[in-house]
Ligand binder design. Structure first.
Ligand SMILES: Nc1ncnc2c1ncn2[C@@H]1O[C@H](COP(=O)(O)OP(=O)(O)O)[C@@H](O)[C@H]1O
Ligand SMILES: [Mg+2]
Length: 138
């Protein structure tokens, strides 16, 4: 499914709609260049999951954890070459909640073994417009 977002608000809204379809155990895999809006999308997810806390990019930590109606784990692999299995367990996180991963393509094979998952690919069209491709794999 392809959606066009014409503003940051639009992306927040689309992500909020996606959040309504997720339950504990879902993996949300985000790709797209720097500035495409991946973190913005995770903010919308958090909003949709009833998280009140301010969501910030976990670029300098491995994972951020938020509590809402369900737990949301936010991982960013930008500075890594693969998922750091020696530090965190994806299986454990998925048992507890929903896991959103930015730059998942750093370890494509690892994540491709997991389902259910939704792959979210974001493309910059112009300054304020983004194409958001959603691939649901159940
Ligand atoms: N339609 C849009 N959706 C999301 N972000 C947008 C949009 N239009 C402009 N932006 C801007 O693009 C930037 C996206 O940043 P961010 O979400 O951190 O990207 P990423 O995590 O992919 O690097 C923000 O500065 C945001 O205001
Ligand atoms: Mg980001």
């Amino acid at each position: 499914m392809r959606r066009i977002s014409r503003s940051e608000k639009g992306t927040l809204q689309i992500a909020k709609e996606v959040a309504q379809k997720l339950t504990s155990g879902w993996l949300v895999l985000l790709s797209g260049e720097l500035g495409a809006g991946k973190t913005c999308f995770v903010k919308g997810l958090a909003d949709g999951l009833g998280i009140k806390e301010h969501v910030t990019s976990p670029t300098f930590t491995i994972v951020n954890q938020y509590q809402g109606d369900v737990t949301l784990f936010h991982v960013d692999l930008y500075r890594l070459s693969c998922f750091p299995e020696e530090d965190i367990s994806l299986d454990e996180m998925l048992k507890e909640g929903i896991v959103a991963v930015e730059w998942w393509e750093r370890d494509k094979e690892f994540f491709s073994n997991y389902r259910p998952r939704v792959e979210v690919h974001m493309k910059v069209l112009d300054e304020n417009s983004r194409e958001i491709e959603l691939k649901w794999i159940e």
